[in-house]
Design a protein around this ligand. Structure first.
Ligand SMILES: O=c1ccn([C@H]2C[C@H](O)[C@@H](COP(=O)(O)OP(=O)(O)OP(=O)(O)O)O2)c(=O)[nH]1
Ligand SMILES: [Mg+2]
Length: 149
């Protein structure tokens, strides 16, 4: 198990550090540290604090923020940036852009679980400039070049 430093920015999160809900969970639920309910009109997005800061510290790791499937599918509550990427050297407050992509208003309740965070491995690459690539089977074909279905 990898250990990541976390700061509690909102005292309500002191006994709710990120934790896997089941032994096989990939995601860690993040909560909306709001003082009052926040209504999101259809199409509206809001940046919501999670009450936490994390410092991943290892350039070989990052965190990705993803929607919770129930909120996204049933209520249209996804992320305004579609996916949040947390750099390993970021030390600021962990924020969630909550976007109501649905057609009905949705009220986010204080401390409700609004998104999930996945810790993922990252490969940092160096780029070597070349004039031509070694031939590959695909070559330059893309964007449907192999057919639709
Ligand atoms: O959903 C998110 C996305 C990002 N961040 C934080 C952590 C991340 O490391 C930092 C920068 O994110 P990103 O690089 O995606 O945003 P940017 O618009 O490129 O900002 P910057 O110029 O600061 O890199 O913002 C969050 O708290 N939540
Ligand atoms: Mg950036």
């Amino acid at each position: 198990m990898t250990t990541i430093d976390v700061k509690v920015l909102d005292p309500r999160m002191a006994d709710q550090l990120p934790a896997y809900a089941t032994p096989g969970s990939a995601g860690l639920d993040l909560r909306a540290c709001l003082d009052q309910p926040l209504e999101l009109a259809p199409g509206q997005a809001a940046l919501i604090p999670t009450g936490l800061a994390v410092h991943i510290g290892d350039p070989g790791l990052a965190a990705m923020l993803l929607p919770r499937s129930g909120l996204g599918h049933k209520h249209g509550i996804v992320l305004g940036n579609l996916v949040g990427l947390i750099d390993s050297d970021y030390q600021g407050p962990l924020m969630v852009s909550c976007w109501n992509r649905g057609s009905a208003a949705f009220t986010v309740q204080p401390m409700e679980r609004i998104a999930q965070m996945v810790i993922v491995p990252v490969v940092q690459a160096a780029f070597r400039r070349v004039e031509s690539f070694e031939a590959s089977d695909r070559g330059t074909g893309g964007f449907g070049s192999t057919g639709r279905g």
